[in-house]
Design a protein around this ligand. Structure first.
Ligand code: SF4
Ligand code: MG
Length: 338
């Protein structure tokens, strides 16, 4: 059976004044219907760019794209702007960190949700308003029949986020892309929004790509996890596999710098030394090698000369030159830390 979303060898390169930025450089993954894939990585790892490309929201003039994006069998990279517009909001939809950027300050919440619905269904204004109220109720806005006529500035940050989710889901999309949607919120509201997304996914059966730099959020919501580094996937597996038995030194580093996942144990947190690679002039071989504590365990200078290929077997794999035995050892080291 064909996966609902299938990405093959995606490359997204921008031209800038300083040269070509290889923001995404050979990324492949699949997503099944109704599943949640968490994409985790530092900023600049290519996770947001990947998702803007799926939605067709990249700057076409300055971007060179190669590869394949199949949504329900339809190739998106060749789709016309008109076709993409038909798909956006309807079949695929997105929510961002900043609700204010996606909501217009000039129109009421109800109008904005309603117009999105009208655009794709052609219903009357009265019908669309009813639908907007219904959606606001479903995302937990109190007194939705009153609040529907409010403007975004009359909503709190958490309520705006809910309104944006209502707008994203109003046409019952099959794919929802959520790019750090809770990062700007305080912890309590963050937890409420995560619960809301989980409930809505149950109800609507939406497939979700959840982009975050926070493994705690991944632990909460994802079925599968994809770890990105320097525009490439370095590890893929189920949430359990990735969070409890990481196979890639970068994932291990992320886990070691996450207090929440370790519980109350007073582990010394060790952020990964160094900074993310330049994508103008990425490191040769394994892009993580300048920061990797394990590079010298690999024979020869393979880490700095040869790209480790990502080999996925039954949904599980990593891109690293370490042997399977060495990776097991890595995991033992991680278990010790826990
Ligand atoms: Fe580290 Fe080498 Fe594996 Fe890259 S390939 S993660 S440098 S051990
Ligand atoms: Mg981002």
């Amino acid at each position: 059976q064909q996966p609902f979303l299938s990405i093959r060898d995606l490359k997204v390169h921008f031209s800038t004044e300083d040269g070509i930025v290889k923001a995404v450089d050979g990324l492949s993954f699949d997503l099944a219907k109704g599943q949640t894939l968490g994409i985790v990585g530092e900023s600049g790892s290519g996770k947001s760019v990947t998702n803007l490309t799926i939605l067709g929201l990249h700057d076409r003039d300055r971007t060179a794209i190669d590869g394949e994006i199949l949504l329900d069998g339809q190739e998106l990279l060749n789709a016309s702007e008109k076709e993409l517009e038909r798909l956006r909001g309807n079949k695929m939809s997105m929510i961002f960190q900043d609700a204010l950027a996606s909501l217009s300050p000039y129109h009421t919440i109800g109008t904005q949700i309603g117009e999105t619905y009208r655009k794709h269904t052609g219903v009357s204004k009265a019908e669309a308003r009813k639908r907007a109220i219904e959606m606001l109720r479903r995302v937990g806005i109190p007194q939705p029949d009153m609040r529907v006529d409010d403007y975004p500035h009359q909503f709190s940050g958490g309520m705006r986020q809910r309104a944006m989710i209502a707008m994203a889901l109003v046409c019952d999309p099959e794919l929802l892309i959520a790019d750090e949607p809770t990062t700007a919120l305080d912890v309590t509201v963050q937890a409420q929004i995560m619960d809301l997304l989980k409930d809505l996914q149950q109800e609507f059966g939406t497939a979700i790509i959840f982009i975050t730099h926070d493994l705690g959020v991944i632990a909460d919501i994802a079925d599968d996890v994809l770890v990105m580094y320097g525009g490439r996937c370095v590890e893929r597996g189920t949430k359990r596999e990735v969070l409890t038995s990481p196979q890639h030194p970068y994932t291990l580093g992320l886990l070691n710098s996450m207090p929440d996942l370790h519980g109350p144990v007073d582990v010394e947190l060790s952020p990964i030394p160094g900074s993310p690679p330049s994508l103008l002039n990425p490191p040769s071989g394994c892009r993580f090698h300048p920061r990797c504590a394990f590079a010298d365990k690999v024979a020869g200078n393979l880490c700095s000369t040869e790209r480790p290929m990502l080999e996925i077997v039954a949904g599980r794999g990593s891109a690293c030159h370490l042997t399977a035995d060495q990776k097991r050892e890595l995991f033992a080291h991680y278990a010790e830390l826990q």
